[in-house]
Every structure is written in C-alpha cells, then in structure tokens.
Design a protein around this ligand. Structure first.
Ligand code: AMP
Length: 233
C-alpha cells in the first residue's frame, strides 16, 4: 500500500517493539541437522548486535523457540513479541497449568519474551506483518528452515509484497541449501511465464546470518509490483 501502513483496530493494540522489527518464520520443529538450530541462534545474535526486535509466531519449541529464547537472553524480553492463536497455546512450554481462572498467556516472558494470544491464524499473521511495517526500515520478513507453516507464511508475505499490501523486505536464510528447491521453483515459474522476471527478486537469498541483516538493510522493492490501493473499501 502507498502509505506502507496496516490498519489496526484498538482492540488489537499490541505491545510496541523498539526499532526495526524482523518477523522470523521458521519450523516448530528443530530439524534433524544441528545446523538449523545453530542458524536460529546465529540469527538471534546478529539481530541483538543490530538492535533488531523480533516478532514471531509465539512458539516455545523447535527453531521458533530457539530464536526467541536466544534473543531474549541477549536483548531482554522487551525485544521479542510472540503472537499465537489460542488453539496452539496447549503445545507450548507453560509456566503453570491452564485453568478457567488463570488467563493466558502462560508462556514465561523472562525466557520467551512478550506473548499475545489471538483468536485465529489470520489475526496472528496480520498483526505480525503490522509490527514489521510499523518498525520501519531495517526490518522485514525472514524465513529460516521450516515445514508447511513456514513455507505458507513466507509465500503469503511474498505475495503481499507483490500485491503492494506491504513494501517490506522478504529474505530467505538458505541454510545448507534448505531453500534451493524454492529458488529453483521461482526460476521455473519465471521461465514458464507465471512470475514476472523482476518479481523473482521479491525474495532475496542470504547464506549467513550476517547476510540476512545486510539484505534487510539494502533491500530494494522490484519494479513489477502491483500499484494497488488497499485502503479503499
Ligand atoms: P512449520 O514450519 O510447519 O513447523 O510451522 C511453523 C508454523 O506453524 C508456525 O509459525 C505456526 O504457524 C505453526 N505452529 C505449529 N506448531 C506450533 C507451535 N507449537 N507453536 C506455535 N506455532 C506453531
């Protein structure tokens, strides 16, 4: 959208993160190679050194938990915001048993940062994107290794960039060739006329955590994006 903002209703007000905000999409599983967990930690370290805040899906497990836990240990709980749908909270490491009288969240903020529980996936994804847009330049969307959820979230924000719903960077951290299949598919789709040649550049590839931050800083939106106004009713 032209103003590069996303509308929020007052009822959805979420804690404000400091500085540029990076939304990290990644697996709720750790992966079978320790390289994926190491990449998650490396990303958190470079984010801390670069004063970047994290918004993510609120998980305490897998790569999701590792990024959040590591960044909280380096930059403190105020640097991390997890946004999780109520239905998923039961899969998380909780500090106490849920009961009708104890309101969520039960996720330990001293370990995983701030958590906001929302009603559904669409709300979560919109609020994560809003936090990134509100954080301004230097922030963006980063995909570490992951499964269906990670791929779906990555492709959604890529599509939203192409449609002009936001104008923030989209970066894949390609750990040991994990995303090579996606990079190949994009080239195939360009060759077959399904993706405009310059729109192949909406997703940029980083091969190290340091490169992720450089990609976020130096990102240039491609020419072929849709010039749509998403504020219109
Ligand atoms: P995947 O890449 O399939 O592991 O999925 C990661 C995404 O799945 C997250 O961003 C969530 O949307 C969702 N998800 C799956 N399990 C969890 C969990 N335990 N906590 C939070 N989100 C989860």
């Amino acid at each position: 959208m032209a103003s590069n903002t996303m509308a929020l209703t007052p009822a959805e007000a979420i804690p404000k993160l400091k500085g540029p905000v990076v939304c990290v999409f990644c697996g709720a599983n750790p992966g079978s190679s320790p390289t994926h967990l190491a990449a998650a930690r490396a990303l958190a370290h470079i984010m801390a050194a670069s004063n970047l805040s994290l918004v993510y899906g609120g998980g305490t497990v897998g790569l999701m938990g590792e990024v959040a836990r590591t960044l909280v240990s380096l930059s403190g709980p105020a640097s991390v915001l997890g946004i999780i749908p109520a239905a998923l909270v039961k899969y998380e490491q909780q500090t106490q048993d849920p009961s009708p009288t104890s309101p969520t969240p039960l996720i330990d903020s001293t370990i995983f940062g701030q958590t906001v529980v929302v009603k559904d996936m669409h709300t979560r994804k919109r609020l994560m994107a809003t936090a990134v847009v509100d954080g301004g330049p230097g922030g963006g969307f980063v995909a570490l290794s992951g499964g269906y959820g990670t791929l779906e979230e990555l492709m959604e924000v890529t599509t939203w960039n192409q449609l002009g719903i936001h104008a923030m960077p989209v970066v894949i951290y390609n750990v040991e060739g994990f995303w090579d299949g996606l990079v190949g598919w994009v080239q195939k789709a360009v060759g077959e006329g399904f993706i405009k040649r310059d729109c192949a550049g909406i997703v940029v590839e980083a091969l190290s955590a340091e490169e992720v931050v450089v990609c976020l800083k130096e990102y240039v939106n491609v020419e072929g994006r849709f010039g749509l106004n998403w504020e219109e009713n």
